[in-house]
Design a protein around this ligand. Structure first.
Ligand code: LHQ
Length: 258
């Protein structure tokens, strides 16, 4: 069974983590295959939105713990450097929106990879766990960067220390995710959001993402400068011209993503 399923339809790439018998826990093969799929998304200009989901009941249970004790395994010193850090970096640098479609449990690195995506949605029965503390590890995959910024230091540190199970409903309430949807309609709702994003000004969204990336570590003056630079670039896109003309001519804009 391939560790990742990859499909492109109507300008949307879907990436499915595919180790359902292990709740899609990451081993080396799956981590490298996900990196490869993200590279394809970056390189293929026909793709205008990406979503990541899980096969079967879970989204992703984090690191496959049996790989850690495997003498033939990659070894602790390589796992972050070569597996998770490049995944998080590729998602944040991808020049199109990435949706995390959390269909079931998201634990450990699985939770934090979901939380670094641009739009995080979850099925009602899904839940999130910062599972690291239970096995004596620290949260990784960008969790200590994103989670306190998204929900504040207090809840982030409590979740990370206690390893609470956070329901999709609670995650939406505290602003950890964008929305949750009933299980039955979940994939339809994900595809609706993906097709809206795929029909929007792709370059403009990429510049928005760059500005938000910088915002995490900038002063106000630096951020105003970044907005100025990126707005100049956005104003050079075909979609900006078309968007303004369509508004003035009172017609629907034909946005090509260019
Ligand atoms: C699993 C796993 C799993 C293997 C479920 N591995 N089989 C970075 C640096 C370097 C090293 C370490 O890691 C990291 C990053 C990390 O991600 S650390 C955190 C690793 N993840 C965890 O500690 C989560 C462990 N899993 C769980 O706590 C539970 O399985 C969850 C809450 C995900 C689901 O609970 P249940 O719904 O009760 O399902 P289950 O426990 O029965 O799991 C279903 C199957 O999946 C089961 O297999 P089996 O053959 O018994 O049916 C589990 O063994 C397997 N599985 N997670 N991480």
């Amino acid at each position: 069974m391939p560790p990742i399923l990859f499909e492109i339809k109507n300008s949307i790439a879907s990436i499915t983590l595919n180790r359902p018998e292990k709740f899609n826990a990451f081993n080396k093969e799956m981590a490298l295959a996900l990196q490869n799929a993200l590279d394809k998304c970056e390189q293929d200009d026909t793709i205008r939105c990406v979503y990541i989901t899980g096969a079967g009941k879970g989204f992703c249970a984090g690191q496959d713990l049996s790989e850690i004790t495997d003498p033939e395994g990659p070894g602790m010193e390589k796992i972050l450097k070569e597996h998770y850090n490049p995944i998080v970096t590729k998602i944040r640098n991808l020049n199109k929106p990435v949706i995390a479609a959390v269909n079931g449990v998201a634990a450990g690195a699985g939770a934090n990879i979901a939380l670094c995506c641009d739009v995080v949605v979850a099925a009602q029965s899904a839940f999130f766990i910062q599972a690291f503390s239970k096995i004596g590890l620290i949260p990784d995959s960008g969790g200590t960067f994103f989670l306190p910024r998204v929900i504040g230091m207090q809840k982030a540190s409590a979740f990370m220390m206690l390893g609470d199970k956070i329901s999709a409903q609670e995650a939406e309430r505290i602003g950890m995710i964008y929305k949750f949807f009933p299980d039955k309609t979940f994939i339809t709702e994900v595809e609706k959001i993906a097709s809206i994003l795929a029909s929007m000004p792709t370059n403009g969204l990429a510049y928005t993402k760059m500005a938000l990336n910088k915002s995490m570590e900038s002063s106000l003056q630096q951020q105003l400068q970044t907005e100025d630079e990126l707005q100049q670039k956005a104003a050079l896109t075909k979609d900006f011209k078309e968007g303004v003309n369509a508004f003035l001519e009172k017609r629907k804009a034909k946005l090509s993503g260019e």
